[in-house]
Write a new protein. Structure first.
Length: 523
């Protein structure tokens, strides 16, 4: 626009970006830009510290990147969109359709998996609310309305193959797939391969059957390597654009919390340790590792994580320690290497994986290798696996429906009469949905001052990260801060207890040859 309006001007295009390689030279930059709620509508706003001077912010944390050449190529039509049109032609197409109120139907495919124009479950059936997803899929008879609830091609486990199959071969529904279109079989050794899981899921979709299978050979391989007591750990972290402390770079991982459950060989479950640090002026990572070390060295049992997050976080902190002047950094690095897998450089551009002598066991990987359950469908995330196993495992329900004081499962945050499961309630078999409202004692006006959703139970990792961020960027009363901290502690405890649920379920399932009275189908 500027170039066409002023053709004689030398116009350049720049992006102002966060410089991830920059280091803050002062502490507490983020405290100079507080999040507030202003006006009658209580809209979020940023309040800049009064009288602040640009030079007082220390080192530059932003960098300009020139993109003139890219912008000119877009303008002159060098870049062609997937629909065959360049930038100018696409603008004209969109403008004309908008002006004439024409509905545009783009090709459907794997991208539809993350479509944001789907109705919530509570909105389905409401004639006043339209589903953009349904309008798109039903257009020109692409699928029948009765097929909309059927699993799609992208609903198959690890469906990286689905993009090509849907766009080039037009296979939109999983039931229309052939095994030859799945990920090519690989001999991954003992345990279910990716192809194994895909083909079993596809067979169940086609036959409308459900099944539960344990690969006992693969599970035995895991069981032979574990030592009791078992240590279940989970971390809560965030990565903020503004560094909190001197020497820190933008978007570096901050580890502010962990929870630690112990499963004893006799079946006792102990919530042994927890750690949380929310001080807005401190960098918690090194104290985090010290506390984690002190918790885990109390026994020699196996350590479990769920997926790669904990391993990645510890390796990133190891790099931070290597660049630090901490007096005990060598000791802390040795501890980190003892419980993680990490890269060891062999030569230029070559490396291999090394494992510590007490390397964490990935419970997610164990499930992937050893346990197939039709109801896991396309995901093995804890938030999918947990409700699936609880709904079918009656012994698990019976144990955790009892009060904490009765089921020999210790807790550092919940009262003795708390029940982890309440099947008589809606969503009562999801322990996350039963987390107590963390802000009881405050009225709605008080709550609105420091949290967006008064009903929030800090029930997922993203919300936990946001709760931590609020404590860094907003002014709040001590009682408000304590309420958020208490909510975070309860959430993280539930994470490691969920790992205990999964472990107990798999062991029990391994002891039976088929689904018995202890296991039932979904309602």
């Amino acid at each position: 626009m500027a170039k066409s309006t002023h053709p004689n001007y030398d116009v350049g295009a720049f992006l102002l970006l966060v410089d991830k390689d920059a280091n803050a030279s002062i502490d507490g930059i983020h405290q100079k830009f507080k999040i507030t709620k202003d006006g009658a509508d209580q809209r979020l706003n940023i309040k800049v510290e009064e009288g602040i001077d640009y030079n007082a912010l220390g080192n530059e944390l932003l960098v300009e990147k020139e993109v003139t050449e890219i912008v000119l190529k877009i303008i002159d039509g060098s870049f062609i969109h997937s629909n065959g049109l360049n930038f100018k032609n696409n603008l004209e197409l969109l403008s004309n359709n908008y002006r004439e109120d024409n509905e545009i139907h783009s090709p459907i495919g794997r991208k539809c998996k993350d479509c944001e124009f789907k109705l919530n479950t509570d909105d389905e059936g409401d004639p006043n609310k339209l589903s953009g997803f349904e309008r798109c899929w039903l257009h020109d008879g692409r699928v029948l309305k009765s097929q909309l609830s059927s699993p799609k091609t992208y609903d198959i486990y690890y469906s990286s193959f689905s993009g090509k199959v849907m766009s080039e071969e037009g296979v939109l529904l999983a039931q229309e797939l052939d095994e030859s279109q799945l990920t090519k079989p690989k001999n991954d050794g003992i345990g279910y391969s990716r192809f194994d899981r895909q083909s079993m899921q596809l067979a169940d979709i086609k036959t409308k059957n459900t099944r539960v299978e344990i690969n006992r050979e693969a599970l035995e391989k895991y069981l032979s390597k574990i030592n009791y007591p078992l240590n279940m750990i989970d971390f809560e972290t965030c990565a903020m654009a503004l560094p909190f402390t001197r020497g820190m770079s933008p978007y570096k991982t901050i580890a502010f919390q962990f929870s630690h459950h112990i499963v004893h060989k006799d079946g006792r479950v102990e919530h042994a340790t927890q750690w949380l640090k929310t001080d807005p002026y401190s960098f918690p990572n090194f104290d985090f590792v010290r506390a984690l070390r002190d918790a885990l060295v109390k026994n020699n049992g196996s350590i479990f994580r769920f997926h790669n997050h904990e391993n990645n976080v510890l390796n990133e902190i190891k790099g931070q320690l290597q660049a630090s002047r901490e007096s005990d950094k060598d000791e802390l690095i040795t501890f980190i290497e003892s419980i993680t897998s990490y890269d060891v450089e062999l030569a230029v551009s070559k490396s291999q994986k090394a494992k510590g002598n007490r390397c964490m066991i990935d419970l997610h990987r164990l499930i992937n290798d050893c346990y197939f359950n039709t109801h896991f469908a396309h995901s093995l995330s804890l938030k999918v696996v947990l409700p699936a196993i609880i709904k079918m495992d009656q012994e698990l329900q019976a144990k955790y429906c009892r009060e904490i004081s009765e089921n020999k499962v210790g807790s550092l945050n919940f009262s003795p009469n708390h029940r982890w499961l309440k099947p008589e309630l809606k969503d009562g078999l999801d322990p996350y949905r039963l987390l107590p409202r963390p802000f009881s004692g405050f009225d709605d006006e008080q709550l609105a001052a420091f949290i967006n959703d008064a009903e929030d139970t800090v029930s997922n990792g993203g919300t936990a990260m946001m709760a931590y961020a609020q404590m860094q960027y907003t002014d709040m009363l001590q009682e408000e801060r304590e309420a958020l901290e208490y909510a975070l502690l309860k959430y993280c405890e539930t994470d490691t207890l969920a790992m205990v649920f999964v472990w107990e379920h798999i062991l029990r399932l391994n002891d039976v040859t088929s689904i018995t009275n202890n296991f039932k189908e979904f309602d």
